[in-house]
Design a protein around this ligand. Sequence first.
Ligand SMILES: Nc1ncnc2c1ncn2[C@@H]1O[C@H](COP(=O)(O)OP(=O)(O)O)[C@@H](O)[C@H]1O
Ligand SMILES: [Mg+2]
Length: 374
Amino acid sequence: MEIPFVYGKIAEGQDFTDREDDGKKLLDNFHGLVNTVIISPRRWGKTSLVNRVLGKIRDEKDYLLCKIDIFNCRTEAQFFQSYANAILSASYTKIDEFLHAVKKYLSSFGPKISLSDIGAQFELGVGIDFRDNTYSYDEILDLPQKIAEERGVKFIVCIDEFQNVSSYHDSIGFQRKLRSHWQNHSQVGYCIFGSKRHMLLDIFSNYQMPFYKFGDIMFLDKISKENWIKYITNRFLSTGKIIADTTAGKIADYVDCHPYYVQQLAQISWLRTEKVCDDKIVDDAFSSLVSQLSLLFSNIADSLTARQIQFLRAIANGETMFSSATVIKNYDLGTSANVKNLKKALQDKDLIDIWAKEITIQDPLFAFWIKNVY
Ligand SMILES: Nc1ncnc2c1ncn2[C@@H]1O[C@H](COP(=O)(O)OP(=O)(O)O)[C@@H](O)[C@H]1O
Ligand SMILES: [Mg+2]
């Protein structure tokens, strides 16, 4: 029997739920070539959403689609190399066309042919490499527009994990280059997405930054409890197992509707269920999930200062007035200037999220662990 519920990979097909409005809006933006920025904390479903919407226009013949994940691009040069490779691969499926395009558009690149040994088979890979370690970003950045013009099509370019660019050597200069090219591209729609909300918000909504007013900004929400209940009960039913609405709701509640964790906890519960999943199974599944994660959380806690942990504890306990004398005293947070630094440090580490002045611990299980286990 196929195991329902997926986590840690793209949710697609029947594993994908909800997001109708976001999906429709994104599809409209793609069709209208409206640049879009999608922001949410990690593991809430950005990559899955974009993948799904791209799937919807994959068969429309007037579009070329490129999706690139820049998580591993630590420098500008790495970005441009991956970017050029991705755009060319999205545009040309035949090796000779690919090589021809490299020659035609990218004078600073040479083609690279690789043969990798994958088990008993060999895979031929075609890519590109910088010649003499020099590159011209102009020709690379204009590639999608040039190809789209020449072919008389539209190009959708999606860049995942965009928050990474903030660590490039001259990040603002880099962003300026991108923006100055992209704004002249009449046949390309860009979709930029990533986590680290405060950083991306700064890039896209601070009027002093190059990407100010670049496009539509979408904040992806978590998925509602009602929707999870429907989804979980259906997935159980489709495999001949039963779970009551209230028990399914308990799964969503335990992990605060966090998409990745709902799927993970639902899967553990499903695996422990012979026929009917009751509350006891979910309770045990949750304990087992927390203990699975304990080592990871201990490592995170070890990397924090005593005051950072105290601050997390205050959040986990539901405190809101972090600069009040009582909270500062009860949690030994030092001074209110200190509190400010604590917020910033934990935000930079992507452990907390500050949204409409409300502070939350990003990972609901880490919050539980800080409060009840640590
Ligand atoms: N629409 C969805 N329906 C069901 N599960 C989802 C959905 N979106 C995300 N998930 C769950 O969350 C996990 C993380 O999703 P992902 O798209 O990788 O998030 P992000 O790109 O924001 O980090 C997926 O592996 C899946 O378990
Ligand atoms: Mg992602």
